[in-house]
Design a protein around this ligand. Sequence first.
Ligand code: FES
Length: 160
Amino acid sequence: MNDISKEENFKRDLEELVRGFGEESQEGVKEALRKCQDDFGLVSKSHVTQIADAFNLDEKIVKTIIKFMPTVKESNVEYEIICCTGPRCAKNGSREVIKTIKNTLGIDFNETTSDGKISLRGQNCFKKCKLGPNIMINKKFYHHMNKEKAEEILSEIVSK
Ligand code: FES
C-alpha cells in the first residue's frame, strides 16, 4: 500500500473511531494512536494534530496520552537540533552557523529531513550568550559555534 492510500485508510478509520467512541474520548484517542502506530510505525507530529482535531481535543492531551503508552512512538526523529536565534549569538556569527546547518541538511526551521532522522528548529536565546553562538543537539550544548564546527558536527550525524 502506498503512503497516500495508507493515509486515506487511516483517515477513514479515524472517522469511524470518532463515531464509535464520540468526541473528546480518551479511549478513542488511545485506539487511534494504536492504529497509527500499527499503520505507520510511529506517530508523527502531523498525526498528533490529525487525531487531536478529529476528537476535538487539544494536542497537549494527545501528547500526554502518548506518554502513558510505551508501545507508541511519537516520531522517529533521532537528532533534534536547536539553534539559538537570539541577538547576542547573532552578533557573534550565528547567522552563518544557521545558514550552514540549513543548507547542509536541506531543511528550514521546523522541518525534518526526508528520512525523518533530523529535525531543526530555532530558539530565541538559551541564556548562555557569553558562550555563543550556541546550538543544542539532543539536549547537549555546543558552544562557540562557527561554520567549520557546524560542518564537522553535521558530517558525523549525517553519516551515521
Ligand atoms: S543569544 Fe544565544 S544564548 Fe543568548
